[in-house]
Design a protein. Structure first.
Length: 464
């Protein structure tokens, strides 16, 4: 392992290993392989912060791998038979932008959760990595002789039911804190009785994406989308998430407001907030770079969908599944990336109707890594490190790739994907993507092993 590799491992040593339930055991395990499955929901991680200075630096002195050697490694990947008949592969030098090896790089593949990398790039480009999403309460006027306060959803699905925790990503802002602030303002105005309404008009369109099915809902991998939620819609004691996360959040706020001594009458009603309504209180999410980091580490589908829709809000697109997909691709195109051959039915990769090219994924990685857009650097600081974090926690352990590969994983039935960057044994930083579709059913485990062996061989390759 080179000095750069050791340094990277040391820098990352402070990260707590995150439970990666959506991956099978690593290649050295004796445990039988798991069956194909959608990505599992993950446990929350507190205080996760993506630090841009943890992205490996570029070295123009390190030797560039040869196309012939990389082609030989890719040939071994394909000849294994585990990744289907025609995987898409692309390896690019981050410093120069030169394609070192490519096979079917412009063809379209189902990306599974590797698509989240595109969503993360687009939302960071749209808002900047320090942006925070605001949940507010405004004066809703007087309805039927009762004062109304309106909870306005602002795209934060990580709210705590009670007090927020500034050291956490999920639960950073709390509805209990918001209720206390609003109650104080109402008391100052001499108002002691209100009705709570909900403005959740920020998101539009169907709640579920194409090809999201009952198994995705029952497994907790998805929920009907909403622009506000407590704990990303997760509920204690069950894997199934909320069927109406926005209403649940509003009712939680109403209960908290009552707990602050304000008399809350009637049921929560869905009503758009009046134009120009005065604000009674507001709370803010964790910084966007931390939301993106949580999404990448945990492969969190619902949060990724919310980030896609907030990209649509920022760019003037409809904040629906279709609009979010269009917005993400539009932002990437504005950044100079080739988006031809790509179509997004969702922005998490859970839908098998979404297709992307190895070209777009690899170019997105390179753009985030080459330093030309500092606001995007936190994206690659957010993706899991091989053998140490997130969905790569128990993959690529005790290999040449451990600690020197940062990549976003993707797994669906008959889909395995890996996209990110690797520092070679010679110290050269490369961007890469491999997308494997249509291998034999029940063999995703073998496909992942083949992909892991390939990227490990790239990491340990002098390849000159």
């Amino acid at each position: 392992m080179t000095a750069l590799s050791v340094l990277l491992v040391l820098l990352l040593g402070g990260y707590a290993a995150l439970d990666a339930n959506d991956v099978v055991p690593g290649v050295l395990t004796r445990t039988p392989p798991w069956p194909d499955a959608e990505p599992f929901p993950e446990v929350a991680a507190a205080g996760l912060t993506a630090a841009p200075d943890q992205v490996p630096s570029l070295s123009g002195e390190a030797p560039v791998p040869s196309t012939e050697e990389l082609a030989a490694l890719a040939s071994s990947l394909v000849s294994s038979g585990a990744v289907g008949p025609a995987p898409g592969v692309l390896v690019t030098d981050v410093l120069t932008g030169e394609d070192l090896y490519g096979a079917r790089a412009a063809e379209s593949y189902v990306p599974a959760s590797s698509l989240k990398l595109l969503t993360g790039l687009a939302v960071l480009a749209s808002y900047g990595d320090q942006h925070r999403f605001v949940t507010s309460v405004v004066d809703g006027g007087n309805g039927d002789g009762v004062d109304v306060v309106t909870l306005v959803a602002g795209g934060d699905l990580t709210l705590a039911a009670e007090e927020g925790d500034p050291s956490s990503v999920v639960g950073h802002a709390g509805l209990g804190d918001l209720a206390a602030e609003v109650a104080t303002e109402l008391a100052a105005q001499g108002r002691t009785e209100v009705q709570v309404s909900l403005d959740d008009t920020l998101f539009t369109g169907p709640g579920l994406a194409p090809r999201w099915g009952p198994v995705d809902l029952s497994g907790g991998w998805a929920m009907p989308m909403a622009p506000i939620a407590v704990d990303i819609g997760r509920r204690d004691g069950t894997s199934v998430r909320s069927s109406d996360a926005a209403l649940d959040a509003a009712e939680t706020f109403a209960d908290a407001l009552a707990g602050e001594g304000i008399s809350v009458t009637g049921d929560v009603q869905r009503v758009a907030a009046p134009d120009g309504a005065s604000e009674l209180g507001a709370v803010e999410s964790a910084p966007l770079r931390d939301l993106v980091a949580f999404t990448m580490q945990q492969s969190e589908n619902v949060l990724s969908e919310a980030l896609g829709r907030m990209t649509a809000v920022a760019t003037g697109h409809e904040a629906s599944f279709a609009g979010a997909g269009e917005a993400v691709l539009a932002v990437l195109a504005d950044l100079g990336l080739d988006t031809s051959g790509n179509s997004l039915s969702d922005t998490s990769g859970l839908s098998s109707e979404s297709v992307v090219t190895p070209r777009l994924l690899t170019d997105a990685v390179r753009l985030a890594a080459d330093g030309s857009h500092p606001e995007l650097t936190s994206l690659l600081a957010a993706v899991p490190v091989a053998g140490l974090e997130g969905t790569l926690n128990s993959r690529l352990t005790d290999t040449a790739a451990t600690g020197v590969v940062r990549a976003k994983t993707g797994t669906l039935p008959q889909v395995v994907a890996l996209t990110g960057m690797v520092t070679t044994e010679d110290g050269r930083l490369l961007a890469f993507t491999v997308l494997a579709n249509d291998f034999d059913r029940g063999s995703a485990y073998l496909a992942r092993i083949a992909v892991d062996e390939w990227i490990s061989s790239v990491a340990e390759c002098g390849c000159r």
